[in-house]
Design a protein around this ligand. Sequence first.
Ligand code: HAM
Length: 430
Amino acid sequence: MPQYQAVKGTRDIFPEEAALWKYIEGVVHTLASLYGFSEIRTPVFEYTELFQRGIGSTTDIVGKEMFTFQPDAKGRSLTLRPEMTAGVMRAALQSNLLSSAPVHKLYYIGELFRKERPQAGRQRQFSQFGAELLGVSSPAAVAEVITLMMQVFRSLGLHGLKLRINSLGDTDDRLRYREALQAYFAPFQDMLDEASKERLEKNPLRILDSKNPALQELIAGAPRLYDYLNPASVQDFEKVLFYLGERDIAFEIDYRLVRGLDYYCNTAFEVTSSELGAQDAIGGGGRYDGLARELGSSSDVPASGFAVGMERLLITMEKQGLLAALEAPGPDVYIVVQQVDLADHGLQIACRLRNAGIRTEIDLAARSMKAQMREANRIKASYALFIGMAEYTAGLYSLKNLATSEQTTLSLDAVVERLLERVEKEPLSS
Ligand code: HAM
């Protein structure tokens, strides 16, 4: 066993898998741009208070899962970002984005860190892609981000995902509900675990998000938030559902869905995959108008967004047999040098082909011709280009199609032309 191992809950992504990531990221970039979202990249660490205030101090993420480290020189604690939304809102407020234009549509792909117990689909370093639509309070905005998310899933060929959706109402609705929850749980205080007892005082809604099996029956009997919504909140929610219906996006209303972050209001949603086992949430999001004020803004900023876990997306795609078709293509051509004293000539030709945009591989270790051919087949080169002394002298080269074994002798210009025809059919980005 080598001396150093990757830290538990982190993993290496080798080239074959990296090609799949690149493909998925390409789909995200294309579709985000189709919907008018532009990319934002924010720092990987932020001041700890940003997450405490933004996500909520009684959430599991802030209470147990943050990688917080030594204060900076001014004594302020820092934390590796456990999610993107708080950082994106911080960036928007800090740079006064919304005063330059009232609406901002931002998307991201990035690494997150949560100190959770690692298991299948749950890591300590993981990746998300997501989008945040800032500045619009209409239910059309949340419908827009859900539509984009579902279109990414559809474009990747995923099926059988379940979209669950709920309304968490506005601040007043939740205040009234909070009292109802406190009244409901108070007589059962002795049954509650320590975390839930603390939450009963500070934030009883969080009890509903408890994973403790012993509490599930009690939680199931709690009043529903939906019954405390005012007519405007109900109307807002119904409009979101109307938009989803119009777009043929299937959903299920889940009156128990509260999500694990405190910033949500009105619509909240989650997408699950039965292929994932215990960690079945592949993505989630909702509206979060109050986050800006939590972060010090003088008023709310209407906002909606979602994030999808890349690792869970890949696991689901693998289980649904969608990855095989995405294998990265091999090089266009492998240069096979027949004798060592032609090695430099082979390198010159490799430069010429690469400058023309042809993906070219060549042996740099002066291995035998047999070894070079084995390598060409192993890396799935489309063609082999043979360089022998007779060919070198005559300025002619043998080009072999490795799929059909068809072989032709051509001038170098004709080789370039032939290979470029192939590149045009299968561009580099594929
Ligand atoms: P979240 O539900 O905490 O939401 O995370 C979104 C997705 O990230 C999850 O559904 C899951 O696929 C993935 N994920 C979370 N934790 C892990 C982990 N430890 N290992 C692997 N994957 C994980 C948010 O983060 C919100 N910021 C979403 C949002 C955006 N709301 C509004 N805008």
